[in-house]
Design a binder for this molecule. Structure first.
Ligand code: PMV
Length: 360
């Protein structure tokens, strides 16, 4: 499927006003997307667990204007308060998607959004936020073109979300989503995410992700800046190849349920992501001393108990602790007793793999 397939023919129906509400989850990448080409095309394929509790709920009210506006007409509210600083990002998003949703200038929109996780938790809301907004816009398009299939709806929602924030393309469905072309996954695509199509061992059912909030501040490096650092990076080509190989390995691991091998791949991915940042120009260290303390505690605990607890990181200091449901009682206690002390205000968020976005 090509981007052109998402440009609609003339719509059959019209609608003057209404509102839609979608709640959309965050996701955590196991093989990381880091580096992109023009038009939000990823430099390598990635795969993520869709989360369940960490989500954004967005209500989109829309009212047809008498005449199409020259610019976009919209207001944004976060947790009930006007959020003017979200406007430029949404305007850029609208510009990128207008070709695919030609009704955008015909309406005035009120976007009301709220997150289930604390605003300043260091958890990026761009994946859940951009996917929730894309789904609301798709609900409008579904009214204008009622013949649209559910499959097309989800694909196009992911396609649009990607144009807002790459990782948002992986927040429409669950439980495992692949985004980016990979040779072993025939339907995989650079322009939208798809559900992982192969067998997944029950070891991965309800897999846990406890997010340790080491640093709740704003990200030191925005992902836009981060992705750009991969242009001309000395190790870029090797890294992109490694992501393909790691995804290949995960296909076997998901089938066999080999948790030791799983941990090896995901921890290596996390540390490679940070190694890329440490070896780019300019260079950054996004881990904090407590990030390293936590990693060492996890390794010591794993060695001592033989339990299958591992970690991944996104582009910041927080640690995602990943483990199977069957071992969660002991590992939850370990987190509370030994790891919470390294979090700001002992704050962590318990989450697990989820099924994707929901219309409310
Ligand atoms: O979607 P973006 O542009 O914010 O990039 C996300 C980058 C990582 O979170 C570090 C990795 C990933 O695949 O989600």
């Amino acid at each position: 499927m090509k981007a052109q397939n998402f440009i609609p023919n003339t719509y059959k129906k019209t609608i003057s006003n209404g509102s839609f509400i979608w709640s959309s989850p965050s996701n955590i990448a196991l093989v990381k997307y880091w580096g992109k080409k023009e038009n939000q095309i990823p430099a390598n394929p990635s795969i993520s667990f869709t989360l369940d509790n960490c989500k954004t709920t967005t209500t989109l009210h829309f009212e047809k204007l008498d005449r199409a506006t020259a610019n976009y007409s919209f207001e944004v509210f976060l947790e009930g308060k006007v959020k003017a600083d979200f406007k430029p990002k949404i305007e850029t998003f609208f510009k990128r998607i207008e070709k695919y949703l030609p009704f955008l200038k015909d309406y005035h929109f009120i976007i009301e959004t709220s997150n289930s996780f604390p605003h300043s938790s260091g958890i990026a809301s761009s994946a859940s936020g951009m996917s929730a907004l894309s789904l609301c816009l798709m609900s409008i398009e579904k009214i204008l073109n009622p013949d649209m299939s559910d499959q097309f709806f989800n694909k196009k929602a992911s396609f649009l979300a990607r144009l807002g924030s790459g990782s948002a393309s992986r927040s429409i469905e669950g439980e495992l989503i692949v985004w980016g072309k990979h040779k072993a996954i025939i339907d995989s695509s650079d322009i939208f995410g798809i559900k992982y199509p192969f067998d997944v061992h029950p070891n991965f059912s309800n897999y846990r992700d406890t997010i340790l909030l080491v640093d709740k501040g704003e990200k030191q490096v925005s992902s836009t800046v981060g992705h750009n650092l991969m242009h001309g990076h000395a190790f870029a080509e090797q890294r992109f190849k490694q992501a393909h190989d790691n995804l290949d390995m995960l296909i076997g691991i998901f089938k066999s349920g080999d948790l030791k091998a799983f941990i090896k791949v995901i921890e290596s991915e996390a540390l490679t992501l940070h190694a890329m940042m440490m070896s780019s120009l300019p260079y950054f260290i996004l881990m904090k001393p407590n990030t390293l303390q936590i990693i060492n505690e996890i390794w010591t605990f794993r060695q001592a108990t033989g339990l299958h607890v591992g970690f991944t990181l996104d582009a910041g200091a927080n640690v995602h602790v990943l483990y199977p449901e069957s071992e969660s009682e002991i590992i939850d206690a370990f987190i509370k007793d030994s790891l919470a002390q390294y979090c700001q205000n002992n704050h962590f968020i318990s989450d697990q793999v989820g099924l994707g976005a929901k219309q409310l």
